[in-house]
Design a protein around this ligand. Structure first.
Ligand code: 4AD
Ligand code: MG
Length: 463
């Protein structure tokens, strides 16, 4: 007998098969005629499968009639056509094995719907709900889509380190990695001697794999990294996490326009794949979370992203009738209210903003001929704001060293990064796409804490 997923057993193709299904009971309903219906979910799809348990099952009175939400079971029997609406098939049980009970007095996920805030306290149980199951499946579809997009274009997947000594973004928002005994240090009040620390130097969790990505791109051409990154920024917003996943392609012999095409292509590919592969889940998000999700994804797949310079963006913001909390001024970073105005009100679709002032962007971005701006690009989307940040890289040794000094970074400490400009330097470009931001946009989920399995935010790392 085959073990089938609920997704497979729900297909008409499965009718007539003897099969075993394994999962968690969502509900049990008893009919007066002496048999019971179970709704079973195993996470393979959003929908449950209905299971008919006849009264003559060996353990009908002793076990089946005591099943409740959350109990785990294996059920074998025959897949038959179903008369019920919204389902082509159902399983007629010949045998029900109970693996684990879930006391209805204690199991929190009963009929009542809980708020997403409440469910964050139960991060160990929330994947058993419809919403979090759907988020997990869409996140998986997006990850696969990212790999496919780059692999099909012959990018090499490179694993960059998680522990690092350098601050890629130069913003000092890094978590320390140490084996020093902080409590002993606190007692002694001495200065820290890194000779006693694990790496003989200060070490951190990486904020980005870019610098190491550049090393591989300037040897192997087209690469991408895809992994966890960490930011110790104290921003308690619905779009920031302390630990998030980023995909970072890096391409040798490429300039800003190709970089923009690559990012636009990636985002459209992801939306197209999600609409195709995860249609049931996306319909759920459209029905329950955000009524515009499907229409928005389809529209973006079929439209060109607008491309404007930072200076044009500042002009648009200056002409806006909206009252902003922060006045838009040339030379200041765009606030999220500005980003949202540009993409939601002024333009109404994704926007790529380029050529930011050099003073508000990291040292590695290529200085333009005007010597005031850098070849930067941010992709902005409605509601979420910035979803991609990237640039053409500074490939000239002298300019790069100078930019580092301007930003109080010691070029000596980045000697290996500068070597890439000493030996066979090439124009190159890349970007970072935040995985959670794109999952958020795709699903319409309002808070980034609800699109990563175990969110890390200031003051919160329970699970
Ligand atoms: O714009 P960022 O900081 O760019 C970089 O780190 C570059 N080194 C990338 C590169 O060029 N290879 O971050 C890139 C993206 C952002 O656009 C956003 O989507 C996401 O990473 N991101 C965050 N996502 C969740 N929580 C945070 N705290 C994030 N910070 C950035
Ligand atoms: Mg950025």
């Amino acid at each position: 007998m085959d073990t089938l997923s609920v997704a497979a057993a729900r297909m008409e193709l499965a009718i007539g098969k003897q099969a075993m299904l394994q999962g968690w009971v969502r509900t049990r309903r008893d009919s007066k005629a002496g048999f019971s219906f179970l709704e079973l979910n195993d996470g393979s799809c959003l929908a449950n499968i209905q299971i008919i348990c006849d009264g003559d099952l060996e353990n009908y009175e002793t076990e089946v009639k005591k099943l409740s939400a959350g109990c785990s079971v294996s059920v074998s029997g025959e897949v038959k056509p179903s008369g019920g609406k919204g389902q082509a098939t159902e399983l007629h049980a010949a045998r029900v094995t109970v693996h684990g009970w879930a006391d209805p007095e204690q199991y929190p996920l009963q009929k009542k719907r809980h708020s997403f805030e409440k469910l964050r306290e139960w991060a160990h149980l929330r994947p058993r709900t419809n919403t979090f199951g759907a988020v997990a499946r869409v996140r998986n579809t997006i990850s696969r889509s990212i790999h496919n997009y780059f692999q099909e274009q012959e990018f090499l997947y490179v694993n960059t380190p998680i522990i690092t000594a350098s601050d890629c973004e130069g913003a000092g928002e890094m978590f320390r990695v140490t084996t020093l005994d902080l409590e002993q240090l606190a007692k002694k009040e001495t200065t820290v001697n890194y000779a006693f620390d694990f790496f003989d130097r200060p070490a951190y969790l990486t904020v980005s794999g870019q610098l190491e990505g550049e090393i591989y791109a300037t040897a192997l051409g087209k690469i991408y990294t895809f992994g966890p990154t960490f930011r110790a920024e104290n921003s308690n917003t619905s779009r920031h996490l302390a630990e998030f996943w980023m995909v970072e392609p890096e391409v040798a012999f490429a300039e800003l326009p190709q970089n923009m095409d690559l990012a636009e292509g990636l985002i459209k590919r992801i939306f197209g794949d999600v609409l195709n592969v995860s249609s049931e889940d996306i319909q759920f998000f459209n029905d329950r979370i955000d009524k515009t999700v499907i229409e928005t994804l389809e529209r973006i797949c079929n439209s060109q992203f607008e491309r404007i310079s930072y200076s044009e963006a500042i002009n648009l913001l200056g002409q806006a009738e909206t009252k902003f909390e922060f006045e838009p001024v040339w030379g200041q970073d765009l606030q999220s209210e500005h980003e949202r105005y540009l993409t939601e009100d002024a333009i109404g679709r994704p926007v790529i903003v380029t050529d930011y002032p050099s003073t508000i962007k990291p040292f590695y971005m290529r200085l333009s001929d005007d010597e005031k701006t850098v070849a930067a690009m941010d992709v902005l989307v409605p509601k979420v704001g910035e979803i991609v940040g990237g640039s053409q890289r500074e490939d000239r040794l002298d300019v790069l060293s100078h930019r580092m000094q301007q930003q109080d970074l010691d070029p000596e400490a980045y000697w290996w990064y500068l070597d890439l400009r000493r030996f066979g330097s090439v124009p190159h470009a890349g970007f970072g796409l935040g995985l959670e931001r794109i999952v958020q946009f795709t699903t319409g989920m309002a808070n980034i804490r609800d699109v990563i399995p175990f969110p890390r935010t200031p003051g919160s790392a329970e699970f």
